[in-house]
Design a protein around this ligand. Structure first.
Ligand code: SF4
Ligand code: SF4
Length: 214
């Protein structure tokens, strides 16, 4: 799941062109689950646009904004989408990018994407993964320091960890203290005695062209 939160719409609206015709798009997966881009939120934005005098031509919640079967399918369900000159997208940055690519039109993000995380019942897990392309989370008792330590330390903790709190601020616990707790529970402290080499960043390649047949 991609974790995101709503932007300050007041600020965003100030940057929109009054010449555009807007269509609001939500995402029926992560953004809906987090209550930042489902039908309720999408309709709210649509009516706020109308109230502010913008030309708002419609709205739609795509089942998964980052995984679209075909643009034609969406247009056949919502023909008014053809009147749009810009999209306001309530999905993660990935969804915004996909919509921009498949529609060939301007797509503004209404959410800020903060991390790859998860949810279980009503609890949200932030920063579970940073998509490093060289996964070794099993070494750290299921807690990824690359994603959760601000320094991404593979061998920690750093000298700034005090009483389980991260040096960057008291609102954030040191991930290495959490790893230590888990290591103690399983009576296996190897993660603190073995050296872990740096990530193999060559695995994180940016493919030319970016579009690949699957
Ligand atoms: S090691 Fe890399 S791929 Fe694995 S959870 Fe951490 S950031 Fe994600
Ligand atoms: S205090 Fe812990 S989490 Fe914070 S930067 Fe240092 S090792 Fe990373």
């Amino acid at each position: 799941m991609i974790i995101s939160r709503q932007k300050d719409l007041q600020v965003l609206f100030e940057g929109l062109s009054p010449d555009d015709s807007f269509f609001v798009i939500g995402c029926g997966k992560c953004a809906k689950k987090l209550r930042v881009g489902g039908q309720k939120e999408v309709e709210e934005v649509f009516w706020r646009l109308v109230d502010r005098g913008f030309r708002a031509v419609g709205w739609y919640v795509i089942s998964t904004a980052c995984s679209i079967n075909s643009w034609e399918e969406i247009a056949s369900e919502k023909p008014e989408i053809d009147d749009a000159t810009a999209f306001l997208v309530m999905a993660c940055g990935n969804g915004v990018s996909v919509i921009n690519r498949v529609s060939g039109m301007k797509a503004y993000p209404l959410l800020d994407t903060t991390s790859i995380g998860g949810v279980c019942d009503d609890y949200m897990l932030h920063e579970q993964c940073a998509a490093c392309a060289d996964c070794n989370i099993h070494l750290y008792h299921g807690i990824c320091p690359y994603a959760q330590c601000p320094k991404g330390l593979q061998n920690g903790p750093c000298g700034g960890s005090i009483d389980g709190v991260c040096e960057i601020g008291s609102e954030r616990s040191c991930v290495w203290a959490q790893i230590y707790e888990e290591a103690e529970k399983s009576e296996n402290l190897e993660v603190f005695t073995e050296f872990h080499p740096p990530k193999d960043h060559s695995k994180k390649v940016r493919r030319e062209g970016l579009i690949e047949k699957i």
